[in-house]
Design a protein around this ligand. Structure first.
Ligand SMILES: Cc1cc2nc3c(=O)[nH]c(=O)nc-3n(C[C@H](O)[C@H](O)[C@H](O)COP(=O)(O)O)c2cc1C
Length: 346
């Protein structure tokens, strides 16, 4: 079983996790130049923005890079559910003087598509990773034909076997401690979601491809422990959120460095899919999981104006304050330094 360093010809088996909304090419470039695998999250990029980011990467690093996409099935809008959701948010709309009828509906996160694949064709990234499964077979075949290694997240042994059967080059074992969206795609039953050090050895035993550990790993000892359990590499997100290269908002940074960061939960209120974030007012008031929230990513639009108004007042009451359970590794140090420090015990 090759390690990540052997598979990609990189120096350090550290993947800086792709994190949509809080980082772009600057972070990816810094990590790839430091010998790790930098990642570009594309879930919130247009095709033109993707091209710009890949151009920046091409001119500023010769190291391999990971380009990451969501690959959810496009949701079917449900007017009844949307109306119930907006009714649940009614008291907040009134508090901020927002007319719910004026809020545009529509998806805010685009899944991987042929148009994105066309851009990848121009730039040929070393790694393309997916969250929420894999794109349809013809699109996946296109990515493979570009020569990219394909990685995807698994949150259960079944998902890891499903990905391996479809030809991924590595499985990212995402434990429930992880910040941001659960990559889960075969089941939406949250009782299947387990911690990194429970999941990792089970997946390592079950598949033949390299397994990358993700979730709650925040320092060099944690990295070494994951490697001792059979990981070929480690993917780390939360610890990078305070780096100067991250575009993490001031509100999000403040939450990560406060006692609030000790209180995270999985919530579907902010996008429609379970994701781990620091508790905020919306999660406390409604309970972090709701059957009323529209399907991913349709829940985003009803929250967007509330988020904007609250943030203008300096509040994260309606913001996705994504964080893993272990924010103790968050430091305001350059991403290159953090990457080298994370690999210091190998
Ligand atoms: C702010 C944030 C945004 C994220 N966005 C993405 C994303 O766009 N794509 C993805 O595959 N994973 C995303 N993730 C999940 C990471 O890939 C990874 O599983 C997680 O960060 C690992 O756990 P840790 O945060 O405890 O290090 C995100 C995580 C965070 C914290």
């Amino acid at each position: 079983m090759p390690t990540l360093t052997e598979l990609l010809g990189i120096e350090l088996p550290i993947i800086q996790a792709p994190m949509a909304g809080v980082q772009g090419s600057a972070m990816a470039i810094a990590v790839s130049n430091a010998g790790g695998l930098g990642s570009l999250p594309c879930a919130m990029l247009t095709v033109d923005a993707l091209r710009k980011e890949l151009e920046a990467i091409r001119t500023q690093t010769t190291g391999p890079c990971n380009v990451n996409f969501f690959c959810h099935a496009a949701p079917v809008a449900d007017a009844g559910r949307e109306a119930a959701w907006r009714a649940a948010l009614g008291p907040y709309y009134r508090r901020y003087g927002i007319d719910p009828a004026a809020i545009p509906e529509g998806p805010a996160r685009a899944p991987f598509s042929a148009e994105f694949a066309d851009v990848l064709d121009e730039y040929r990234p070393a790694v393309v990773s997916f969250h929420f499964g894999l794109p349809p077979a013809p699109l996946l075949a296109r990515v493979k034909a570009l020569g990219a290694r394909v990685f995807s997240s698994a949150t259960t042994v079944d998902e890891a076997l499903w990905l391996e059967a479809r030809g991924v080059d590595a499985v990212i074992a995402q434990g429930v401690e992880a910040g941001g969206h659960r990559g889960m795609f075969l089941s939406d039953d949250l009782t299947t979601q387990v911690g990194t050090f429970a999941l990792l050895p089970q997946i390592v035993r079950a598949v033949k491809v390299p397994v990358v550990a993700a979730g709650g790993i925040a320092d060099a000892q944690g990295v070494a422990a994951a490697m001792a359990l059979g990981a070929a590499g480690v993917q780390i997100g939360t610890a990078y959120l305070l780096c100067p290269e991250a575009t993490t908002s001031a509100i999000h940074r403040a939450a990560l460095t406060s006692a609030a960061a000790r209180h995270t939960a999985l919530t579907n209120l902010l996008t429609g899919r379970p994701a781990r974030g620091i508790m905020n007012r919306l999660m406390r008031d409604l309970g972090p999981i709701s059957g009323v929230a529209p399907a991913f990513p349709l829940a985003v639009s009803a929250i967007a104006p509330l988020r904007a108004k609250a943030e203008a007042e300096g509040s994260g009451d309606f913001s996705p304050l994504w964080s893993g359970q272990n924010a103790t590794g968050c430091r305001e140090v350059p991403a290159a330094q953090l990457t080298r420090e994370l690999a210091a015990r190998l």
